[in-house]
Design a binder for this molecule. Structure first.
Ligand SMILES: Nc1ccn([C@@H]2O[C@H](COP(=O)(O)OP(=O)(O)OP(=O)(O)O)[C@@H](O)[C@H]2O)c(=O)n1
Ligand SMILES: C[C@](O)(CO)[C@H](O)COP(=O)(O)O
Length: 240
């Protein structure tokens, strides 16, 4: 993909790395009995695939898992059932994604580090995306994963649809990775319902956002059909 997305940078320094995996939502659009992060994907809860993707990258970040307090005991049971032993710090979820992320980053005292924020319900993130996001954020302060729109795009302006240049439209994914000191500062702002992701919080504070190349397989499980698609992707040739 052409500029401004970048996919290749040099190795990380010895800074400590963290991944805040947000799983504090209730999955209303999925309409399942348990929140979608616990649903099985190839026999393993979605959330475990997501944590494993970070664990298996050479970045090996310290994992901070944000879960609603009411599901902490359930998660513990799932870990026992699936013999899931990846070390992680468990933190209580918040009212919105913003509040959940804030709860997670508040548990990281180390300001001289890199923090990736990632949706628990994006279990197909590749090692390459994870590694590139830390490398790029170290160099530029932040790295926000994105893909170009594959469809034509139109915008409603005063009730009339107007075509946009799709070459200038990016669809935003996670991980979104930041220097910890900058992310912490941005998350001191009061909540706004315009905050749909971490990039929007950083931008509101005044930081320029840098995009890195994502992957169309890095889907967010939102509706029931997404689980079927994720299983298809998972069972085809593994990604790098
Ligand atoms: N209070 C919240 C809301 C969302 N999330 C997390 O943010 C990610 C993206 O959110 P979304 O897909 O919207 O999840 P839900 O809020 O669970 O789904 P819905 O909007 O359908 O209710 C998910 O991993 C979700 O668990 C969170 O940590 N805390
Ligand atoms: C953070 C995110 O996944 C980037 O695409 C997205 O903004 C989350 O949105 P949602 O409304 O919580 O699904």
């Amino acid at each position: 993909m052409s500029s401004p997305l970048t996919s290749h940078i040099s190795h990380l320094t010895s800074k400590k790395n963290y991944a805040v995996i947000v799983a504090g939502g209730s999955g209303t659009r999925m309409q399942s009995a348990v929140p979608k992060q616990f649903l099985l994907l190839n026999g393993l809860p979605v959330l475990m695939h997501t944590i494993r993707a970070f664990e298996q990258s050479w970045v090996t970040p310290t994992i901070v898992l944000v879960l609603p307090l009411t599901y902490h005991a359930y998660w513990q049971q799932l870990c026992d059932v699936h013999s899931f032993t990846t070390p992680h710090l468990l933190v209580a979820g918040g009212e919105t994604r913003f509040h959940s992320v804030k709860n997670g980053i508040d548990q990281i005292p180390d300001k001289d580090s890199l923090i990736a924020v990632h949706d628990a319900v994006r279990p197909l993130t590749s090692k390459q995306i994870i590694e590139t996001s830390y490398q790029y954020a170290e160099k530029h302060g932040n790295a926000v994963t994105a893909v170009k729109s594959r469809d034509s795009v139109r915008q409603l302006v005063n009730g009339k649809s107007v075509s946009l240049s799709r070459d200038q439209i990016y669809l935003i994914q996670t991980p979104q990775t930041f220097r910890a000191d900058l992310l912490k500062k941005a998350y001191e702002q009061p909540y706004s319902d315009k905050f749909t992701d971490d990039a929007s919080v950083m931008e509101q504070y005044g930081f320029e956002i840098h995009l890195i190349e994502g992957n169309h397989q890095n889907i967010k499980i939102t509706f029931p059909e997404d689980l079927i698609i994720a299983e298809l992707f998972l069972n085809k040739k593994p990604q790098a």
